[in-house]
Design a protein around this ligand. Structure first.
Ligand code: ATP
Length: 149
């Protein structure tokens, strides 16, 4: 009876001293160094290139815009802007691909209104950036191109 009245000490919670250094327990695999991280990023690029038609189109359009810029001898800053906008479109397509994979992983082949919203919005984000990139490329490349004709 008396034993029951004695309050037991609160459990001591062990906190990791550097939680940001702890391995992510739920991950199947974690990249342990920079080289391995690059290898996984490369695998993502290869996957997107060979499976996503839109990614290939973005890569082709970006390459064409850069080549045209070099051919027309636009300034370095203008080339950098074209490179940046092209890379942004491709990066957004990669995020779109990642999101599609996560949605498919979650709902499988079932229809879900939220899955539709997620995929449609991610696709819209790519479209927005692609339109912006084309507009910027037009502003930078059309004047020297028309000048040369
Ligand atoms: N599980 C789902 N539930 C509801 N709607 C879906 C689902 N999966 C796909 N959809 C609809 O079908 C569309 C096409 O899906 P998909 O997975 O091919 O994406 P996508 O963005 O068109 O692909 P990509 O970028 O490769 O062209 C989505 O935008 C969404 O409207």
């Amino acid at each position: 009876m008396t034993e029951k009245l004695i309050a037991s000490p609160p459990p001591v919670l062990k906190r990791p001293s550097r939680p940001y250094r702890e391995p992510r327990e739920r991950a199947y695999k974690v990249a342990h160094n920079l080289l391995v991280s690059f290898r996984y990023a490369g695998a993502g690029l290869v996957y997107a290139f060979f499976t996503q038609r839109n990614f290939r189109i973005h890569a082709l359009v970006g390459t064409l815009a850069m080549s045209l810029g070099l051919l027309l001898e636009v300034s370095n800053v203008e080339l950098a802007v074209i490179a940046l906008t092209s890379a942004l479109v491709m990066a957004m397509e990669l995020i779109n691909t990642a999101l599609e994979a996560v949605v498919d992983l979650t709902v499988g082949s079932d229809f879900h209104e939220l899955a539709k919203i997620a995929k449609d919005c991610a696709a819209a984000a790519v479209l927005m950036l692609a339109i912006a990139a084309l507009t910027i490329a037009g502003f930078l490349l059309l004047p020297p191109l028309l000048n040369d004709l």
